[in-house]
Design a protein around this ligand. Structure first.
Ligand SMILES: Nc1nc2c(c(=O)[nH]1)N[C@H]1C(S)=C(S)[C@@H](COP(=O)(O)O)O[C@H]1N2
Ligand SMILES: [Mo]
Length: 389
């Protein structure tokens, strides 16, 4: 099904410009294939991707504003005309032939909203190196490849039913309309990843609104999947078609990418990544600078792909002692919780602040994360560097 004639190289990807072309401290190139403005105050740009700066979330609302939400693009944001866009369902798992829905059809179906985080499976990747001394490859996210939005759309289950999905169907393959992804000269085709039917029928949304407005182009306009709790790659943007199959399906995003590879993992990698682990982040610059001898109200957020966060604790002595943070929100089961922690550093010097969370299923953050060559799933307690002045 994949055409091999187009490539991801559209000349706008700064990751492909000559090494050294960008000097440290210089503003990032204007067009990493992302349409919205990426002021350095709000984002760190990595190639075709933009990472939210946690200090920009300081004191912000529960929902990540659209203009602050991280962007993970394999290639570049396409501009799609909703008037001619179609969502096509096809494959031998349908009782009839292919079915195409228009934007208007989708808007006319019963709508639901869900407040959920989307988080890249590689969020925290740079910490395998910085904190665990392990070498991994991939986009060097710190902790800003996550955001929470209120998504509105139609349940994928509704669309599958209207398309005539039969009992034979065992696998789905949602696919984006962005350009083919070319990795080290190999064309992997358009971004697509198998989605188990059980998850699709449970809580997956075909979303057309983010935080009360039509999806911005960078986040999947006119429609994207939202797969709550799962690695962000499942939440296919610019959704164009879904294959409904009577046989299991695979793609490079389920066989090679988004699996744990390396020592300690099965040959060929662990199972395709699904739920995200438990994480916490301070709404502070990296490193943070704070004055000694006065009280600071530290703020942060914690989240888990397994369920509500019920406990967050903070340590300023390398994890010897922990004190509970105050949780500030009614916890959305698929979102995050904001917390505060009053803290008075006694003397000038360098130290690390640690935050750790536990969720309602009993899942907690480990002291170290399970290393894997592609650097997925960093869920360890993060040591946030602080300079006390
Ligand atoms: N079509 C398409 N869908 C995609 C991607 C992509 O590059 N193309 N990136 C995926 C990945 S890896 C992540 S983490 C999320 C990021 O969603 P966001 O850019 O809206 O934050 O989108 C997913 N959906
Ligand atoms: Mo991702």
């Amino acid at each position: 099904m994949d055409t091999r004639s187009t490539t991801a190289e559209d000349g706008r990807e700064p990751g492909r410009t000559a090494p050294g072309a960008r000097r440290a401290g210089q503003a990032p190139p204007a067009r990493p294939g992302i349409r919205k403005p990426l002021p350095p105050r709000l984002f760190a740009v990595h190639g075709t991707n933009a990472e939210t700066r946690w200090e920009a979330l300081r004191g912000a609302d529960y929902l990540t504003p659209d203009d602050l939400f991280f962007v993970r693009n394999h290639t570049a944001t396409p501009l799609i005309d909703a008037a001619t866009w179609r969502l096509t369902l096809w494959g031998d798992g349908l009782d009839g032939g292919p079915v195409a829905f228009t934007y208007r059809d989708i808007l006319g179906m019963p709508a639901e909203t869900v407040t959920a985080f989307i988080e890249c499976a590689g969020n925290g990747r740079v910490l395998y190196g910085e904190q665990q001394g392990q070498e991994v490859s991939g986009t060097p996210w710190r902790l800003g490849a996550v955001g929470v939005a209120r998504w509105r759309g139609v349940r994928l289950a509704t669309i599958l039913r209207r398309a005539g999905m039969g009992d034979r169907a065992v696998a789905l393959m949602p696919r984006g309309l962005d350009a083919d992804y070319v990795e080290a000269g190999e064309n992997l085709g358009r971004v697509r990843r198998p989605l188990p039917v059980a998850k699709a029928l449970d809580d997956v949304l075909v979303a057309y609104e983010m935080n009360g407005r039509p999806l911005p182009p960078d986040h999947g306009y006119p429609a994207r999947l939202v797969v709550p709790g799962w690695a962000g790659v499942a939440s296919i943007k610019w959704l164009g078609d879904v294959e409904v199959s009577a046989r299991p399906l695979e793609s490079p995003w389920s066989t090679r990418l988004y699996r744990m590879h390396g020592p300690g993992h099965p040959p060929g990698g662990g199972p395709p990544l699904t739920r995200m682990g438990v994480k916490s982040a301070f709404e502070l610059p990296w490193p943070a600078r704070l004055q000694a001898g006065r009280e600071h109200l530290l703020r942060g957020r914690s989240w888990s792909g397994h369920g509500r966060v019920v406990l967050v604790e903070v340590s300023d002595d390398e994890g010897v002692s922990w004190r509970p943070a105050r949780l500030r929100d009614d916890r959305h089961p698929r979102g995050w919780v904001r917390w505060t922690f009053p803290w008075t550093p006694r003397q000038a010097g360098e130290l690390r602040l640690l935050a750790r969370a536990a969720d309602e299923t009993g899942a907690r953050q480990p002291g170290s994360a399970a290393c894997n060559t592609l650097g997925y799933g960093f869920d360890a307690v993060v040591r946030h560097p602080v300079v006390v002045t």
